[in-house]
Design a protein around this ligand. Structure first.
Ligand SMILES: Cc1cc2nc3c(=O)[nH]c(=O)nc-3n(C[C@H](O)[C@H](O)[C@H](O)COP(=O)(O)O)c2cc1C
Length: 168
């Protein structure tokens, strides 16, 4: 039976919730799935595939997500690896936005080529931010823009790419 790790980097929690959702989609297919922050991962031993998710802040992946892939690069080269990002740019799913958000993943794809990339819209609640971000972000669209149906489709298409059984 395959065992998958979903490791995430978040600041405000929306990427954690997306990771848990993706984990549930895998679990529904009876795939053992662990979901945890990248900082809690002590080893990739026993995993057959790894999904790394990160929020985007100021045009960049969170540094701990990049450091995670750097740290485990050797192992990840031999495991199916998928990436996803959660950001506001994907609130509007246009070809231009896809191109922009896809480029956010370049620091990871330069280290390890993924079998799949998920580009997801996230959450913006500037009332929860501290100064100066509260001021800087107050004119950006506010709300929860996550489209769970799209994330489910992405997770379901990733399953055969990530799991031992289907790749055999
Ligand atoms: C301070 C700040 C900067 C952000 N910068 C970007 C950005 O450059 N591009 C983008 O698409 N989304 C940006 N976002 C939106 C976040 O990626 C989005 O809110 C995401 O859901 C946050 O994930 P988290 O809740 O896991 O931290 C920014 C959000 C904040 C609060």
């Amino acid at each position: 039976m395959s065992r998958i790790l979903v490791a995430y980097a978040t600041r405000a929690g929306s990427t954690k919730e997306v990771s848990e959702f993706i984990g549930r989609v895998f679990s529904e297919q009876h795939i053992r799935t662990d979901v945890m922050p990248v900082s809690s991962v002590k080893s990739l031993d026993g995993y057959d595939g790894v999904i790394v998710g990160s929020a985007i802040r100021a045009g960049h992946l969170l540094p701990e997500a990049v450091n995670f892939v750097k740290r485990y690069q050797g192992k990840l080269h031999n495991l199916p690896t998928a990436y996803f990002v959660v950001c506001l740019t994907m609130e509007k799913d246009t070809p231009e936005h896809r191109q922009e958000v896809d480029a956010y993943l370049n620091p990871l794809t330069a280290l390890v080529q993924p079998v799949s990339k998920g580009l997801f819209a996230g959450v913006m609640d500037s009332t929860k931010l501290g100064f100066p971000w509260k001021m800087l972000m107050k004119n950006t669209p506010q709300g929860d823009f996550r489209r769970w149906d799209e994330m489910r489709v992405w997770a379901e298409q990733a399953i055969p790419l990530m799991t031992k059984l289907e790749r055999a």
